[in-house]
Write a protein that binds this ligand. Sequence first.
Ligand SMILES: Cc1cc2nc3c(=O)[nH]c(=O)nc-3n(C[C@H](O)[C@H](O)[C@H](O)COP(=O)(O)OP(=O)(O)OC[C@H]3O[C@@H](n4cnc5c(N)ncnc54)[C@H](O)[C@@H]3O)c2cc1C
Length: 423
Amino acid sequence: MSGSRSLSAVISRQTGVMRADVVVIGAGALGLSTALHCALRGRSVVIVERDTAGSAASGRAAGLFKSIQADELRTSLARSSIEKAISFGDWAGVPLEVARSGSFLIARTGRHKEFVRAEAGQSGGWGVHLREATAAELAGRVSYYRPSGDELAIWCPEDIYIEEPMSLVRAYLAACRRHGVEVLESESAVGVLVSGGRVTGIETAARQIGAWTVVDAAGAWARQVAGLAGGRVPVAPVRHQLLVTEPLPEVHPAGPITRVADAAVYLRPARGGLMFGGFEAAPLPVDPRSEPAAFRTSDVPLDLGVLRDLAGQVRAEAPLAAQAAVAEHRGGLFTMSPDGRFIIGPVPDVPGLWVASGCNGSGFSSSPALGEALACWIADGSAPGGAAALAPGRFGALTDDTLIERGIWQYAHYYDPVPPDQP
Ligand SMILES: Cc1cc2nc3c(=O)[nH]c(=O)nc-3n(C[C@H](O)[C@H](O)[C@H](O)COP(=O)(O)OP(=O)(O)OC[C@H]3O[C@@H](n4cnc5c(N)ncnc54)[C@H](O)[C@@H]3O)c2cc1C
């Protein structure tokens, strides 16, 4: 079936059972985007969300979109997502405000300068607009950053951010409803129905929903949800935190994003102040499977000391990050994959079960293109534009220890990952 008009899920008068073409589990950025793109392809879609849309990782994101990526596929997904965020109103029919700020990618050590220069050269070859900037330009454009004059700074004019992450979640939700998607909040998937060797739907506490296609987009709970059908999704949830300062007259609200690769930190204007976040070398892994069933993202323990230590690494250049009063400190879980790449596609050995996960800290910003790729794959039966490389079946069996070890490595090397063709 194809077409531009979506169908609504139906409830059988005889049995009371709801039926749809596609059921998506989880209303974060990935689940919502996948649902929307399936609906745009004429599928009837139901989303079940245990709490409220955006209540886990997506509503806590920094909202940053980054055009420089470690490989060509991620670059194309990132750039397509930037275009889709900017033109959201045109294709989704709902307005979305985006800050077209551009960004600076900075390196201060010899090793990181070499890495960033190589990464920028490679990205330029894949079509990303960027160029080296002088310290004077950096100082002129970024009110909250004082260059030493010895750094490498790459100007990336395509980069954008979304001021409040919930605005993307709300835009997806409104677009989903506009295109006929049924969104069931406060409804947890407790079972995935399997019959005759394939998925036939899901079960919640309230009902059964029949569907030949079920998408596991349960974020940090993706492993458990896949496990309901005996499927395997190798992701390791790892804590990530950021802070937003009180409003500061020194921060120009229209200024760009700044990323300092050697310190593994990012900064941007936020709510009249500064947002600061970063990637510590030894992050906290959190496995919801070992937590009580009621465990939620709001239960992830936060530690401001981690951010203070990271801010100390850029104290000379961005003193406000370490000194200014904190208005908000938030955090949640990244779903790290062993190779740092997304995991989308059919779950091995469970026909009808698909996954959208393995965000590695970029799931919010890549959600527009990832959702589209997965919806195309589901509709056409073949992966579009190289997306087959992201299929969950690419991993062999991994122990939990290896999964966590690799996930932590990918997290700590967010700004200097090893390209996929290297060990
Ligand atoms: C502090 C922070 C900053 C970040 N900054 C950025 C950024 O700047 N840019 C970027 O691209 N990414 C960023 N990320 C990462 C980004 O937030 C994630 O990659 C993205 O939100 C993941 O979306 P998701 O839909 O996979 O997961 P989630 O948003 O976590 O959604 C999963 C949903 O599934 C639901 N669920 C779980 N189990 C069930 C069940 N059994 N039944 C029904 N529903 C269920 C959950 O309640 C949840 O709502 C950040 C993350 C954090 C924590």
